[in-house]
Design a protein around this ligand. Structure first.
Ligand code: ADP
Length: 164
């Protein structure tokens, strides 16, 4: 059977914590779909297409990883493509309650879909997209936090925002 994992999130922008999870997933599943959530209420710093492009560039050497954009309930996306597994990453304990609530809601909506959690690697557990944006905004070094090719677009984006 072709086992597919859908890894949904904002990825605004992708960090090395996300990359680590995707890399490990790609070894366990036949196919990994990184699903960029599009939200009209949470526009984010990068628009979904920009986020998708940054993820694709970062993961270009991973043959079994795809990137998609979806607006709406993640379970509906899985139903559409007939996938069964949602994977989320778990960092500190603070992630737990949120992930458990969301997994329970998804179970209620679509009982045949399973949520699986993967622990963050110890060296990345403190990294979040929000934290990275804060560091960037204040001129800190982004090395070791996001993929190299994300640094320039992130710095540029924030510069443009400040200028506007
Ligand atoms: P969301 O806004 O939906 O929480 P994120 O883009 O912040 O999406 O994260 C997507 C998923 O990746 C979430 O399950 C989150 O817990 C997980 N994640 C985020 N940062 C890390 C990290 N440093 N290590 C492992 N998992 C992470």
């Amino acid at each position: 059977m072709n086992k597919v994992a859908v890894y949904p999130g904002s990825f605004d922008p992708i960090t090395l914590g996300h990359v680590d999870i995707i890399q490990r997933l790609s070894l366990v599943f036949d196919k990994v779909i990184v699903l960029v959530a599009k939200s009209s209420t949470k526009p984010g710093l990068f628009d979904p297409q920009e986020r998708k492009t940054l993820i694709q560039k970062t993961l270009k050497d991973f043959k079994n990883v795809e990137v998609d954009i979806f607006e709406g309930l993640t379970v509906n996306y899985l139903k559409q493509i007939k996938a069964q597994v949602i994977v989320r990453g778990l960092r500190a304990v603070v992630d737990f309650e949120y992930e458990m609530t969301m997994a329970s809601m998804n179970k209620k909506l679509q009982p045949e879909i399973e949520t699986m959690l993967m622990f963050a690697a110890p060296e990345y557990y403190y990294i979040s997209s929000r934290g990275v944006k804060e560091v960037a905004e204040n001129g800190g070094s982004l090395k070791g936090l996001v993929p190299e090719l994300v640094i320039e677009p992130l710095v540029q984006k924030l510069k443009n925002l400040k200028g506007s």
